[in-house]
Design a protein around this ligand. Structure first.
Ligand SMILES: Nc1ncnc2c1ncn2[C@@H]1O[C@H](COP(=O)(O)OP(=O)(O)OP(=O)(O)O)[C@@H](O)[C@H]1O
Length: 256
Protein backbone atom coordinates (compact mmCIF):
# COMPACT_ATOMS: atom_id res chain seq x y z
CA UNK A 1 0.00 0.00 0.00
CA UNK A 2 1.12 3.56 -0.65
CA UNK A 3 2.09 5.85 2.25
CA UNK A 4 -0.54 5.96 4.99
CA UNK A 5 -1.71 9.44 5.92
CA UNK A 6 -3.02 8.03 9.18
CA UNK A 7 -1.93 4.74 10.66
CA UNK A 8 -3.70 3.49 13.75
CA UNK A 9 -2.52 0.40 15.57
CA UNK A 10 -4.18 -1.37 18.49
CA UNK A 11 -5.98 1.76 19.62
CA UNK A 12 -8.48 1.32 22.44
CA UNK A 13 -10.57 3.88 24.27
CA UNK A 14 -12.86 3.41 27.23
CA UNK A 15 -14.88 5.58 29.55
CA UNK A 16 -15.95 4.34 32.98
CA UNK A 17 -18.15 1.29 32.45
CA UNK A 18 -17.91 1.31 28.64
CA UNK A 19 -15.41 0.38 25.94
CA UNK A 20 -15.91 2.67 22.93
CA UNK A 21 -13.07 1.44 20.71
CA UNK A 22 -11.44 -1.93 21.21
CA UNK A 23 -8.03 -2.60 19.69
CA UNK A 24 -8.70 -0.74 16.44
CA UNK A 25 -6.12 -0.92 13.65
CA UNK A 26 -6.63 1.06 10.47
CA UNK A 27 -4.50 2.46 7.69
CA UNK A 28 -5.88 5.43 5.76
CA UNK A 29 -4.12 6.07 2.45
CA UNK A 30 -2.49 9.41 1.67
CA UNK A 31 -3.88 11.62 -1.11
CA UNK A 32 -7.21 9.81 -1.07
CA UNK A 33 -10.76 10.60 -0.05
CA UNK A 34 -11.83 8.22 2.71
CA UNK A 35 -15.18 8.04 4.46
CA UNK A 36 -16.02 6.51 7.81
CA UNK A 37 -19.56 5.25 8.28
CA UNK A 38 -21.24 3.83 11.35
CA UNK A 39 -24.36 4.00 13.42
CA UNK A 40 -24.98 6.81 15.91
CA UNK A 41 -22.90 6.33 19.03
CA UNK A 42 -20.60 3.75 17.43
CA UNK A 43 -17.44 5.74 18.21
CA UNK A 44 -16.65 7.66 14.99
CA UNK A 45 -16.20 11.06 16.64
CA UNK A 46 -14.23 9.42 19.44
CA UNK A 47 -11.85 8.00 16.84
CA UNK A 48 -11.43 11.47 15.27
CA UNK A 49 -10.87 13.06 18.68
CA UNK A 50 -8.09 10.52 19.31
CA UNK A 51 -6.55 11.07 15.87
CA UNK A 52 -6.54 14.85 16.19
CA UNK A 53 -5.30 14.91 19.77
CA UNK A 54 -8.47 16.23 21.39
CA UNK A 55 -8.53 13.05 23.49
CA UNK A 56 -5.34 11.52 24.91
CA UNK A 57 -4.84 7.80 24.43
CA UNK A 58 -3.00 5.47 26.74
CA UNK A 59 -2.79 2.39 24.53
CA UNK A 60 -2.04 1.99 20.84
CA UNK A 61 -0.37 4.14 18.19
CA UNK A 62 -1.56 6.99 15.98
CA UNK A 63 0.84 8.03 13.24
CA UNK A 64 0.32 11.00 10.94
CA UNK A 65 2.36 10.76 7.73
CA UNK A 66 4.72 8.31 9.40
CA UNK A 67 5.24 10.21 12.68
CA UNK A 68 3.69 9.38 16.04
CA UNK A 69 1.17 12.18 16.59
CA UNK A 70 2.35 13.10 20.07
CA UNK A 71 5.90 13.58 18.73
CA UNK A 72 4.85 16.21 16.20
CA UNK A 73 5.65 19.68 17.56
CA UNK A 74 2.55 21.77 18.24
CA UNK A 75 3.86 24.38 15.79
CA UNK A 76 3.78 22.02 12.81
CA UNK A 77 0.55 20.22 13.73
CA UNK A 78 -1.58 22.87 12.00
CA UNK A 79 0.27 22.15 8.75
CA UNK A 80 -0.08 18.39 9.22
CA UNK A 81 -3.73 18.07 10.25
CA UNK A 82 -6.87 20.20 10.25
CA UNK A 83 -10.09 19.22 12.00
CA UNK A 84 -13.70 20.18 11.51
CA UNK A 85 -15.43 18.92 14.66
CA UNK A 86 -19.08 17.91 14.74
CA UNK A 87 -20.14 20.62 17.20
CA UNK A 88 -19.08 24.23 17.24
CA UNK A 89 -19.55 26.92 19.79
CA UNK A 90 -19.98 30.42 18.51
CA UNK A 91 -20.35 33.24 20.91
CA UNK A 92 -18.39 36.06 19.32
CA UNK A 93 -19.95 38.01 16.46
CA UNK A 94 -16.86 37.87 14.20
CA UNK A 95 -17.35 38.56 10.51
CA UNK A 96 -17.25 35.56 8.17
CA UNK A 97 -13.99 36.93 6.73
CA UNK A 98 -12.35 37.03 10.17
CA UNK A 99 -13.58 33.55 11.09
CA UNK A 100 -11.94 32.14 7.96
CA UNK A 101 -8.80 34.21 8.63
CA UNK A 102 -8.45 32.44 12.02
CA UNK A 103 -7.75 29.30 9.97
CA UNK A 104 -4.42 30.95 9.12
CA UNK A 105 -3.62 32.01 12.71
CA UNK A 106 -1.19 29.14 13.39
CA UNK A 107 1.03 30.39 10.55
CA UNK A 108 1.52 34.04 11.48
CA UNK A 109 3.31 35.64 14.36
CA UNK A 110 2.54 39.33 14.37
CA UNK A 111 -0.54 39.41 12.19
CA UNK A 112 -1.84 38.04 8.90
CA UNK A 113 0.29 38.58 5.80
CA UNK A 114 -0.88 39.62 2.36
CA UNK A 115 -0.70 35.96 1.40
CA UNK A 116 -3.03 35.01 4.30
CA UNK A 117 -5.58 37.58 3.09
CA UNK A 118 -5.21 36.29 -0.46
CA UNK A 119 -5.92 32.72 0.72
CA UNK A 120 -9.06 33.87 2.56
CA UNK A 121 -10.34 35.71 -0.54
CA UNK A 122 -9.62 32.68 -2.74
CA UNK A 123 -11.35 30.35 -0.29
CA UNK A 124 -14.46 32.56 -0.11
CA UNK A 125 -14.63 32.53 -3.90
CA UNK A 126 -13.90 28.81 -4.19
CA UNK A 127 -16.66 27.93 -1.72
CA UNK A 128 -19.21 30.28 -3.29
CA UNK A 129 -19.68 32.39 -0.16
CA UNK A 130 -18.02 35.71 -1.06
CA UNK A 131 -21.41 37.41 -0.57
CA UNK A 132 -21.31 36.46 3.13
CA UNK A 133 -17.86 37.81 3.92
CA UNK A 134 -18.91 40.92 5.89
CA UNK A 135 -21.81 39.27 7.68
CA UNK A 136 -21.57 38.40 11.32
CA UNK A 137 -21.02 34.67 11.78
CA UNK A 138 -23.64 34.57 14.54
CA UNK A 139 -26.29 35.90 12.11
CA UNK A 140 -25.80 33.02 9.65
CA UNK A 141 -28.08 30.05 9.08
CA UNK A 142 -26.94 26.58 10.13
CA UNK A 143 -25.89 25.63 6.60
CA UNK A 144 -24.08 28.94 6.03
CA UNK A 145 -22.16 28.46 9.29
CA UNK A 146 -21.16 24.98 8.18
CA UNK A 147 -19.82 26.36 4.87
CA UNK A 148 -17.80 29.01 6.73
CA UNK A 149 -16.26 26.44 9.09
CA UNK A 150 -15.33 24.15 6.20
CA UNK A 151 -13.81 27.20 4.45
CA UNK A 152 -11.85 27.99 7.61
CA UNK A 153 -10.23 24.56 7.78
CA UNK A 154 -9.60 24.57 4.02
CA UNK A 155 -7.88 27.97 4.32
CA UNK A 156 -5.63 26.35 6.93
CA UNK A 157 -4.49 24.06 4.09
CA UNK A 158 -3.39 21.02 6.14
CA UNK A 159 -1.82 17.90 4.64
CA UNK A 160 -4.59 15.83 6.25
CA UNK A 161 -8.10 17.22 6.47
CA UNK A 162 -10.36 15.43 8.94
CA UNK A 163 -14.04 16.39 8.90
CA UNK A 164 -16.78 15.14 11.22
CA UNK A 165 -20.00 15.20 9.17
CA UNK A 166 -19.08 18.06 6.78
CA UNK A 167 -22.41 17.89 4.95
CA UNK A 168 -24.46 18.48 8.12
CA UNK A 169 -27.10 21.21 7.60
CA UNK A 170 -26.29 21.56 3.90
CA UNK A 171 -28.86 21.41 1.10
CA UNK A 172 -28.19 19.03 -1.78
CA UNK A 173 -26.59 21.81 -3.87
CA UNK A 174 -24.04 22.63 -1.18
CA UNK A 175 -23.50 18.98 -0.21
CA UNK A 176 -22.37 18.32 -3.77
CA UNK A 177 -20.32 21.54 -3.90
CA UNK A 178 -18.51 20.72 -0.65
CA UNK A 179 -17.87 17.08 -1.57
CA UNK A 180 -16.60 18.16 -5.01
CA UNK A 181 -14.20 20.63 -3.35
CA UNK A 182 -13.03 18.03 -0.82
CA UNK A 183 -12.47 15.48 -3.56
CA UNK A 184 -10.47 18.06 -5.51
CA UNK A 185 -8.44 18.82 -2.37
CA UNK A 186 -7.62 15.11 -2.09
CA UNK A 187 -6.35 15.21 -5.67
CA UNK A 188 -3.85 17.97 -5.00
CA UNK A 189 -1.41 16.28 -2.63
CA UNK A 190 -3.69 16.25 0.42
CA UNK A 191 -5.67 13.62 2.29
CA UNK A 192 -9.35 13.96 3.16
CA UNK A 193 -11.10 11.78 5.74
CA UNK A 194 -14.76 12.38 6.56
CA UNK A 195 -17.35 10.92 8.84
CA UNK A 196 -20.63 10.78 6.94
CA UNK A 197 -24.13 9.46 7.51
CA UNK A 198 -25.18 9.15 3.86
CA UNK A 199 -23.82 5.87 2.48
CA UNK A 200 -24.81 6.87 -1.04
CA UNK A 201 -22.84 10.12 -1.02
CA UNK A 202 -19.99 8.08 0.45
CA UNK A 203 -20.31 5.54 -2.35
CA UNK A 204 -20.30 8.29 -5.00
CA UNK A 205 -17.34 10.25 -3.62
CA UNK A 206 -15.10 8.01 -1.52
CA UNK A 207 -12.02 6.17 -2.73
CA UNK A 208 -12.28 4.02 0.41
CA UNK A 209 -15.01 3.47 2.98
CA UNK A 210 -14.52 2.19 6.51
CA UNK A 211 -17.13 0.98 8.96
CA UNK A 212 -17.13 1.35 12.73
CA UNK A 213 -19.22 -1.33 14.41
CA UNK A 214 -19.14 -3.08 17.78
CA UNK A 215 -16.04 -1.13 18.91
CA UNK A 216 -14.05 -2.27 15.84
CA UNK A 217 -13.12 -0.71 12.47
CA UNK A 218 -13.46 -2.48 9.12
CA UNK A 219 -12.29 -1.72 5.60
CA UNK A 220 -15.44 -2.19 3.47
CA UNK A 221 -13.45 -3.48 0.48
CA UNK A 222 -12.10 -6.33 2.62
CA UNK A 223 -15.62 -7.19 3.80
CA UNK A 224 -16.78 -7.35 0.17
CA UNK A 225 -13.76 -9.46 -0.78
CA UNK A 226 -14.64 -11.88 2.03
CA UNK A 227 -18.23 -12.26 0.87
CA UNK A 228 -19.02 -10.59 -2.48
CA UNK A 229 -22.76 -11.34 -2.17
CA UNK A 230 -23.27 -10.01 1.35
CA UNK A 231 -25.20 -6.76 1.81
CA UNK A 232 -22.60 -5.18 4.05
CA UNK A 233 -24.78 -2.11 4.65
CA UNK A 234 -27.58 -4.22 6.14
CA UNK A 235 -25.13 -5.55 8.70
CA UNK A 236 -23.79 -2.05 9.38
CA UNK A 237 -27.15 -0.32 9.81
CA UNK A 238 -28.96 -3.39 11.21
CA UNK A 239 -31.97 -3.08 8.93
CA UNK A 240 -33.21 -4.53 5.66
CA UNK A 241 -31.96 -2.55 2.67
CA UNK A 242 -32.25 -2.81 -1.10
CA UNK A 243 -29.19 -2.34 -3.30
CA UNK A 244 -29.29 -0.89 -6.80
CA UNK A 245 -26.41 -0.49 -9.16
CA UNK A 246 -26.06 2.94 -10.79
CA UNK A 247 -23.09 3.16 -13.15
CA UNK A 248 -20.29 1.55 -11.12
CA UNK A 249 -21.74 2.53 -7.73
CA UNK A 250 -23.88 0.58 -5.29
CA UNK A 251 -26.76 2.71 -4.05
CA UNK A 252 -28.72 1.53 -1.05
CA UNK A 253 -32.29 2.40 -0.08
CA UNK A 254 -34.57 1.26 2.73
CA UNK A 255 -37.06 -1.42 1.77
CA UNK A 256 -40.49 -0.04 0.85
N1 LIG B 1 -17.70 12.49 27.29
C1 LIG B 1 -18.45 11.39 27.22
N2 LIG B 1 -19.03 10.88 28.33
C2 LIG B 1 -19.79 9.78 28.27
N3 LIG B 1 -20.04 9.10 27.16
C3 LIG B 1 -19.48 9.55 26.03
C4 LIG B 1 -18.66 10.70 25.99
N4 LIG B 1 -18.26 10.91 24.73
C5 LIG B 1 -18.80 9.91 23.98
N5 LIG B 1 -19.53 9.10 24.78
C6 LIG B 1 -20.24 7.90 24.35
O1 LIG B 1 -19.37 7.18 23.51
C7 LIG B 1 -20.08 6.58 22.45
C8 LIG B 1 -19.46 6.97 21.11
O2 LIG B 1 -19.69 8.35 20.90
P1 LIG B 1 -19.24 9.06 19.55
O3 LIG B 1 -19.59 10.51 19.68
O4 LIG B 1 -17.83 8.72 19.27
O5 LIG B 1 -20.18 8.34 18.50
P2 LIG B 1 -20.44 8.66 16.95
O6 LIG B 1 -20.27 7.38 16.21
O7 LIG B 1 -19.62 9.81 16.51
O8 LIG B 1 -21.98 9.06 17.00
P3 LIG B 1 -22.88 10.04 16.06
O9 LIG B 1 -22.98 9.39 14.72
O10 LIG B 1 -24.19 10.04 16.79
O11 LIG B 1 -22.21 11.38 16.04
C9 LIG B 1 -21.54 7.01 22.60
O12 LIG B 1 -22.27 5.96 23.22
C10 LIG B 1 -21.46 8.21 23.50
O13 LIG B 1 -22.62 8.32 24.28
Amino acid sequence: MSLAAIKIENLSYSIPGKTILDNVSLSLAANQFSVILGRNGSGKSTLFNLITGKYPYSSGVVELLGKERSSIPQKSLAKTIGFLPQFHQSVFPFSVYDVILTGRAAFYRFGPSGRDHEIVEQTLLNMGISHLKDKSYTDLSGGERQLVLISRVMAQGPDILVLDEPTNHLDLHFQVLVLDKLKLYSRSGHTVICIMHDPNMASIYADHTYFIKDQKAYDSSLLIAEDPFANIYEALYEMPLMQVQVKDKTIIIPQF
